[in-house]
Ligand binder design. Structure first.
Ligand code: CTP
Length: 402
C-alpha cells in the first residue's frame, strides 16, 4: 500500500488534556511512517507530558511559546504553517476549540492555527457532559464550517470515571485519517459500484443456502476507492464487517435483491466491480413455516439465479466492468472463459483452498486477466494492497477509454 505519510510535513498540536499521553503514541506512528513531524504544545499540555518526550520522539525542537529563546518563535509559527502538509490537533480541549472557533490567538498553538491553510484535523477529547454542552457543539459546527475535519471522539470509560463520548480516538485511527487526508484523490469525480459478500437464499424462515464469502475483498476495494476520492456504492450481502467510512452501503440478502440493486444503480457508475459470491441457485420454493424433519431424506429442488455480472456485461455502455473468479482448479482457463463470456474488461482470479488466500483471510493471491489477453500474476499480499493495485489498473483502463 502507498504510504501517504512518507516525507510529509505534519504539525501535531497537543493541548492540555489527560489524553495528551496518547499523542506521544501518535507521534511514534507518524515517525515510523517516515513523516516529518513538528510538535506545538500549549502551556497546559506541558502539565501532562513533558516537551522532552515529544522532542526525543520527533527529533525536532518542540514549540511551546511564541517567545521561545532558542529560535525566533514569533516567526517560526508562520514558517511551520507554510511548510505543513497537514495539521492535527490531538487532543483538542474545550478551551482551545472555543478559542479557535472565535479566532483568538493568545499562545503559540492558536496563533499558529490562524496561519494554517493546509488540511486541519481536530480530535476533541473531554468529559462527556462538556463535549455535549451546547456551546461546545456550536463551536465544533463553526470549525467544521471553517474547513476543519472533525474526528469524533470515541465512547468508553473516561479518565474522570464516567462513561460516554469523549475519548480521544486510538492513535492508529488518527494516523489513518491523516493518511486518508493526504492520499492522492485520483478517483475524484468517479462513481464506483461494488458488490461484496455472499448472497443468502432462504429455504424456510430459519434456514438458508449460502457460501463462505466474508466480504473482506469487496470491502477493501470499497474503502480504497473512497480513500482515493471516488463516490462508492457498496451493495453487500450479509457480512460481519463494519461499513467502510464514507461509502454508501446498500444491504441485500438474496441474489435477486442484489440484481435489483445493481441494475438500479449501474447506469450512473463509471466502474462496476463484482466481488460478491452470488449463489448460483435458489430453492424453487421458500417454505412459509419451518420445515419439520418428518422424512429420512430431503431433496431440495433448485432454480438458477440470474448471472448479474453477465447481464451487466450485456447492458454496459462506456463503463469498466470487473469480475472476480474464485476457482478450485484450472484458474487460467476458467477465469479467461468468464472474462470473455461475461464481456468484462478485467477479471481477478484466485484459487480457493489455500489457507492464506481466499474466503475469510486478510490476504489474497490474485491473478489479473485483461480483455486484451494479457495477465498479471500478483504476489500473496494484504487484501488492502490487492485493492489498491486493482484500482491502479482500472484507472489506467479509464484513461485509455477516454
Ligand atoms: N456472478 C454474478 N451472478 C451470479 C454468479 C456470479 O454476478 N449469479 C459474478 C460474481 O460476482 C463474480 C463472477 O460472476 O464476479 C464469477 O463468479 P463465480 O461464482 O466464480 O462464477 P460463476 O459465473 O458463478 O460460474 P461457476 O460457478 O460455474 O464457476
Amino acid at each position: 500500500m502507498t504510504n501517504n505519510l512518507k516525507e510529509k510535513n505534519i504539525v501535531l498540536c497537543v493541548c492540555g488534556g489527560i489524553a495528551a499521553y496518547k499523542s506521544a503514541a501518535l507521534l511514534r506512528l507518524l515517525i515510523k511512517a517516515e513523516a516529518k513531524v513538528r510538535v506545538i504544545m500549549t502551556q497546559n499540555a506541558k502539565a501532562f507530558v513533558g516537551p522532552l518526550t515529544f522532542e526525543a520522539l520527533s527529533g525536532q525542537p518542540v514549540c511551546t511559546s511564541l517567545f521561545d529563546d532558542r529560535e525566533e518563535g514569533a516567526i517560526r509559527h508562520i514558517e511551520w504553517a507554510n511548510q505543513a502538509d497537514a495539521v492535527v490537533i490531538a487532543p483538542a480541549t474545550a478551551n482551545v476549540i472555543g478559542k479557535l472557533a472565535n479566532g483568538i490567538a493568545d499562545d503559540a498553538l492558536t496563533t499558529f492555527m490562524l496561519a494554517v491553510t493546509c488540511p486541519k484535523i481536530l480530535c476533541p477529547s473531554m468529559n462527556t457532559i462538556m463535549y455535549e454542552n451546547r456551546a461546545m457543539q456550536r463551536n465544533l459546527d463553526i470549525l467544521e464550517a471553517d474547513g476543519y475535519k472533525l474526528l469524533a471522539p470515541g465512547e468508553g470509560e473516561l479518565a474522570c470515571g464516567t462513561y460516554g463520548a469523549g475519548r480521544l480516538p486510538e492513535p492508529a485511527d488518527i494516523a489513518d485519517r491523516l493518511a486518508h487526508t493526504l492520499s492522492p484523490k485520483d478517483f475524484k469525480g468517479k462513481q464506483i459500484l461494488i458488490t461484496a459478500g455472499p448472497t443468502l437464499e432462504p429455504l424456510d424462515p430459519v434456514r438458508f443456502i449460502s457460501n463462505h464469502s466474508s466480504g473482506k475483498m469487496g470491502y477493501a476495494i470499497a474503502g480504497a476507492g473512497e480513500y482515493r476520492g471516488a463516490e462508492v456504492i457498496l451493495i453487500s450481502g450479509p457480512t460481519a464487517l463494519p461499513s467502510p467510512a464514507g461509502v454508501r452501503k446498500i444491504d441485500v440478502k438474496t441474489a435477486r435483491e442484489m440484481a435489483d440493486a445493481v441494475f438500479e444503480h449501474m447506469d450512473k457508475a463509471h466502474i462496476i466491480i463484482k466481488v460478491a459470491a452470488v449463489a448460483d441457485y435458489r430453492p424453487h420454493e421458500t417454505a412459509v413455516q419451518k420445515i419439520k424433519k418428518n422424512t429420512d431424506d430431503m431433496i431440495v429442488s433448485m432454480k438458477k439465479n440470474i448471472d448479474i455480472l453477465k447481464e451487466a456485461g450485456q447492458r454496459k455502455k462506456n463503463q469498466i466492468l470487473v469480475g472476480f473468479a474464485a476457482e478450485t482448479q484450472d484458474l487460467d482457463k476458467n477465469a479467461q472463459k468468464k472474462l470473455r463470456e461475461k464481456n468484462l474488461d478485467m477479471i481477478a482470479g484466485n484459487l480457493v483452498g489455500d489457507p492464506s488466500s481466499g474466503f475469510g483471510t486478510d490476504t489474497n493471491k490474485v491473478t489479473l486477466y485483461f480483455s486484451d489477453g494479457s495477465k498479471e500474476e500478483l504476489q500473496l499480499m494484504e487484501k488492502k494492497s490487492v485493492a489498491d493495485i486493482l484500482l491502479d489498473r482500472i484507472l489506467k483502463m479509464v484513461a485509455e477509454n477516454g
